[in-house]
Design a protein around this ligand. Structure first.
Ligand SMILES: [Zn+2]
Length: 486
């Protein structure tokens, strides 16, 4: 099936032609693991999962790589505050991110490399850039060296983001770093500071990489020198993706990526949602209150290249849609076929399958696919009451499977999904504001019971669940337990 994708390199919708006709090499920039992810991060994750699923559902093999940035200033700082090794801190939040991705119904990626495990490849690529004349070193204190990318050396700089190098050079404030040859040059390797507690040996002394080089090195390691599709949030286009192109093409001497896709922001109120605005809602908070199905439904209900307004109405609407889809999925499980002639209806459903595929092949148009899908559901609800043939039900089943595989918006266990919506509605109406406290009290009582019967496995499980809810339990000498939020 022909797929047309909007390619940000050309700012046009184009026929998607992977280098290898049956295989898509796909890279998406992943999260920095210093804390729980906020809802704003979820859109990029779910959009990458949509690309992965849809390409597979439309017949491609997909090698999908999404990184974890586990070496970063924020991680070093958080670990220092906690008095633990930065790797321990980063690994803890890699596990939490992975849980969030499960709640969001994401398929596992082919590879999820970390910066710390990719260090030899990162160092090699920086060396290649120096050898090829695109990077230079600057002496710092204690004989350590910093490595910088010489941006004006790369003639194609700006080809993705369309920034003009001249205006860029003038626009950047003169930094204290006087050794930089050009204001736009960026760091590939920086010397370690003694208090940071995590560094690597390199030809330039102990240090760690700048942010941009990791994606270039990981893409090459897992996918090769030229890839078919690269994705990230639109905020990453400049400078991150521009710098990835500059690094990869200068080091490898060939094109880095043929198609670039960027998802738009999530708008919280009318402002871009970010932690600095104080609009903090973590994915975990949202999942505990409304479920991952509802979050996925919200995130995919708008085309990935459109801004998505985050409002209470979007939650209400998504709950209704998740319910409609899973009442249908449940009804489809239990309905019996009748001997009737419904060839006309069956052909309509078969047409719908092709229409859904066409919508998805049109730059991943999920809203379009959902429109067709809801039409099939409406038809099924009416027709299955009159009595539907085995052929009709088989075709409807195929629609459900296609939507499940390509979008993840249909879940395997509809009854479980429907049950989760009761809590979502309760929380949305505000009637359930105490429900998490009720759950905590119940868990603590259960934990007491488990400890009394020496059921340590269950007791540990409960402690982990309480930890997820942000609760600290204190065991008192008299055998009672008290709790507070962390
Ligand atoms: Zn990246």
């Amino acid at each position: 099936m022909e797929i047309r994708l909007f390619n940000n390199l050309t700012r046009q919708k184009e026929l998607f032609k992977p280098i290898d006709p049956n295989l898509v090499r796909f890279y998406s920039c992943g999260p920095t693991t210093y804390n729980f992810l906020h809802v704003g991060n979820a859109r990029a994750l779910v959009v990458a999962d949509l690309f992965h699923r849809t390409l597979k559902a439309l017949g491609y093999n997909v090698k999908f790589v999404r990184n974890y940035t586990d070496v970063d200033d924020k991680i070093l700082e958080a670990a220092r505050v906690r008095g633990i090794h930065p790797k321990e801190h980063a690994d803890e939040f890699i596990r939490e991110c992975a849980k969030d991705m499960d709640y969001l119904g994401m398929l596992p990626a082919t590879a999820t490399p970390t910066v710390s495990e990719t260090m030899p490849e990162i160092i090699q690529m920086i060396q290649d850039l120096i050898t090829n004349g695109y990077a230079y070193t600057v002496k710092k204190e204690n004989g350590a060296e910093e490595v910088l990318y010489n941006v004006p050396k790369f003639a194609d700089y700006g080809k993705l983001s369309r920034v003009q190098l001249d205006s860029l050079q003038h626009g950047i404030r003169v930094e204290s770093d006087k050794e930089k040859k050009n204001p736009s040059d960026f760091v590939l390797w920086k010397p370690a500071k003694p208090e940071e507690g995590w560094s690597w040996d390199s030809p330039w002394g102990k240090g760690r990489p700048g942010w941009h080089i990791e994606c270039s090195a990981m893409a090459k390691k897992h996918l090769g020198k030229t890839i078919d599709l690269h994705h990230g949030g639109v905020d990453l286009m400049f400078p991150h993706h521009e710098n990835e192109i500059a690094q990869s093409e200068a080091a490898n001497g060939c094109p880095f990526c043929n198609n670039w896709a960027h998802n738009e922001f999530l708008n919280f109120g009318s402002e871009k949602m970010s932690k600095s605005l104080g609009n903090v809602v973590t994915i975990r908070d949202f999942v505990n209150k409304y479920s991952g199905h509802v979050l996925r439904q919200i995130l995919l209900s708008v085309h990935y290249r459109s801004k998505l307004d985050w409002t209470e109405d979007s939650i209400t609407k998504a709950i209704g849609e998740v319910e409609r889809i899973h009442e249908f999925a449940h009804a489809l499980e239990i309905v019996d076929a009748k001997v009737v002639d419904d060839m006309k209806e069956t052909n309509e459903v078969k047409k719908a399958i092709e229409l859904i595929k066409a919508e998805l092949a049109n730059d991943f148009n999920v809203p379009g696919a959902l429109g067709v899908f809801f039409g099939v559901i409406k038809d099924f609800n009416r027709h299955s009451k009159e009595g539907a043939s085995a052929a009709y039900l088989k075709a409807v089943m195929e629609v459900a499977e296609l939507m499940e595989n390509a979008t993840g918006l249909v879940h395997q266990n509809p009854k479980e999904v429907l049950a989760s919506l009761n809590l979502a509605r309760k929380n949305l109406s505000g009637a359930g504001t105490n429900s998490s406290e009720e759950e905590i009290e119940k868990l603590i009582a259960e934990r007491k019971e488990a400890r009394a019967t020496k059921n340590w496995g269950r007791s540990d499980e409960i402690r982990n669940r309480l930890n997820e809810l942000g609760v600290v339990v204190k065991d008192n000498p008299d055998g009672t337990a008290t709790w507070t939020y962390k």
